[in-house]
Structures are given as structure tokens and as C-alpha cells.
Design a protein around this ligand. Sequence first.
Ligand code: NDP
Length: 272
Amino acid sequence: MTTRVAIVTGANKGIGSAIVESLCKQFDGDVILTGRSEERCKAAVAQLQEKGLSSKYYTLDIDDSSSITKLKDFVNDNYGGIDILVNNAGISNKVGTIGERATTTCGTNYFGTLNVCNTLFPLLNPHARVVNVSSMASQEAISKCSEEMRSKFKQSNITMDELTALIQQFIEAAQNDDHEKQGFFLKPYGMSKLGVTVMTFIQQRLLNSDPREDIIVNASCPGYVATDMTLHKGPKTIMQGADTPVYLALLPPGTSSPKGDFVSERTIENWG
Ligand code: NDP
């Protein structure tokens, strides 16, 4: 019998490491902790071992297509498919001009996540669960775009190419300091997560007509969590932040809701 497998990106620290810890306790299969640095991945695995938990690791930089392809080949050769994928890796770059921040933040959070999905989705098994870790910042971003821009992101039949073109337009507008005039929200992080949330809606729409049965993808906000990203200011612990992503990763077979939703505190948000 083949071993089931769960993959978590950006899992060497923060919320990702807590998602791995929780999956090690609850998921019947191998859990692969991924991160950019082999050293940091090994240290995270050692910390789990101290708690009596066992995780594999694999290096993955979601900004690097060849790194994503290597992971795909590794998973294909060793497991033949994926049962859980948690796209947790993300950045909130606060350094540089608005154009630079838009480029790097959307580069990792939107384009990196999309690239991981496009590469790994062919391996999803029937009943697979995908969780895209987004943020309430996506909610703020959509609500603060101009009405015209909001309606573009909210088109019920928006395609991935159209979404990608809008995110690309935001980056170029930010580079020219013209993004607010064009109707975009001013913060790159919120815009990148807006992209992740809408990406999720599109992915579920496509998966609904996929021949593989019962694949569910949801976007989630972990809440405001004390991590390096928030300079440890959030009130939630990383285990509390992991709760909703893990709940979504473990949705039982045949779940009809949440499905293609934006979920916070285990509750579907009326997004947008
Ligand atoms: P941390 O900064 O603590 O952890 C981020 C993780 O992502 C690290 O493991 C980091 O690896 C990894 N990462 C960054 N860039 C890449 C990349 N290019 N490829 C692979 N891995 C990468 O952040 P959090 O734990 O707080 O955030 C986790 C997720 O939750 C993010 O998507 C974030 O946007 C989201 N989120 C967080 C909130 C919070 O309050 N903390 C609120 C809402 C959403 P490395 O160690 O190599 O830097």
C-alpha cells in the first residue's frame, strides 16, 4: 500500500512549523516539512523529534522553479501523489520602495504560490486537500480597491490569466507609483494575499470539473500570530495560528463546505 503524504511550505519556523507539528499528530501518513535552507529544515525536524514527533524534510524555495520541480520529482518517485498541500510560505517585505516591495512580495506570495500549485496539482490524489495560507489583509485589500478594480477581481468567471495580469499590473503600477491612481490598494502585502485568495476561488472552480474526485482547496487566515513576520506582536501562538489551516487540511472525504472558500477561525468569511 502506498504511503499518504502531506507537504507544508515555509515550515521551518512560524505557523508552518506548527502546521507540521499538528499534522504529525493527526495525519495518517508522512509529513514533509519544506523550507529554503537545509540547515533550518534539519533544525526544525530535530525540534519535532524532541517532542517525539517524526517529519521528513525537503528543501524548497518557492521563488525557484527548478526547486519546485525537484520537489515534484521527489514526491512523484517516492509517493506517486499528494494528499495534503499547505501553501504556507510567504513574506511581508517592509524594506525598499513601494515598487520593490510590490515586486518581491507578490513575487513570493502570489507567483511563488501559483508556481507551486501549477507544478504540484497534477500529483494531487482524489480527496486531496489544499490550503493556501492567505490573510485578512486580502479582505482589507479588496475592500479598499476602487469600485472598478474590485469588480475586476470579483468577476465570478475570472480566469487565472486575468488574475495574474491584474497582479502584474499592480506591480508595474507600484513601480511607477501609480497604483493608487489605478484603483489598487496601496499595500503590497494585502494585494499579494488578495491574489492568493482569488487564486483559490479559481482553482476550486477548475478542480470541480477535474476527473479526480473530491479535491478541495481553501484559502485561510491564521489570525494575528506571534512570529518573526509580525515581530512577535500577534496575540496568537503558532499552534493557535495553525488551527484553521490544519482543520482545512484534514477535511473529511465528501466535504461539501468549506470548499473554495476563504476561511478564518474555522468559519467561512463573506469575502470581498
Ligand atoms: P514567518 O516569517 O515566521 O515564516 C515564513 C516562512 O516562509 C519561513 O519558513 C520562511 O523561510 C518561508 N519562506 C519565505 N520565503 C520563502 C520562499 N521563497 N520559499 C520557501 N519558503 C519561504 O511567517 P509566519 O509564520 O507568520 O507566516 C506564515 C504564513 O502565514 C505566511 O504566508 C503569512 O503571510 C501568513 N500570515 C501570517 C500572519 C501572522 O500574523 N503571522 C497573519 C496572516 C497571514 P525562511 O526561514 O527561509 O525565511
